[in-house]
Design a protein around this ligand. Sequence first.
Ligand code: NAD
Length: 246
Amino acid sequence: MRAEHREFEPLVVDDRCRVFILTGAGISAESGIKTFRDHNGLWEQHDVYEVASPAGWAKNPALVWRFYAQRRAQTFETAPNAAHFALAKLQQRLSDSVFLCTQNVDPLHERAGSPHVIHMHGELLKSRCERNHEPAFHDEAIYLDPRNLPRCACGALVRPHICWFGETPFHLDAIEAALSKCDLLVTIGSSGAVYPAAGFVAVAKSRGAKTVYVGPELPENVASFDECRLGTATAVVPKLFATPST
Ligand code: NAD
């Protein structure tokens, strides 16, 4: 469903306002990273479950690493856009009052200068031991040789540090704590189809927060938003927030 674009007043926020921001694949679309929907559920004719699930990993880890090799390489060819920069500026201005949670695994928020980013679905530039023998570590390597996949000191395979289908997202305790005390929740570029993230807005709203959606089309969880500001992330987010006039 689409609706007409209209002009909205900026959201006036200061450091007494606790802001929860959830970003989805849509915020990185204008940086050239395709959303999940753009892929139509397929990658090089493979179902995405084959490359993004524990079962796919158990069946063919070399194929999984080939998929993430492409995603990693893409992070070096893309740059943050005006929406990532606007959120970084907001965080720098309001410091700890802004909780930035992303479903994205790309590093574009950090590259725009965001000081704290909660990656609930993991990070493309991190890997970890599949048996969790060691914590996740920064890793920019591209693993393409199926006979030479990376291994931990314990002997187990090293896997991408990504929350795959069927796995539990990261940082849920910190997210729950931030949701329970936020005054304003803003979701940017997320279809509202992937849970638990799609349920955050209902939790914040039930606790009294104002809820705003930004994206070119209405999300599936539209009923929980007080306002939907229709437009692309780069068109809307740079004008979204304002400082109170003194
Ligand atoms: P999604 O693919 O389900 O939905 C993308 C949303 O972005 C849609 O609602 C669409 O209307 C919106 N959108 C498209 N262009 C936009 C633009 N220019 N500005 C603003 N919004 C725009 O994405 P999702 O809800 O984030 O969930 C999909 C899952 O796929 C997530 O778990 C995420 O981890 C993963 N994913 C991540 C990346 C990334 O890291 N950049 C990319 C693809 C998928």
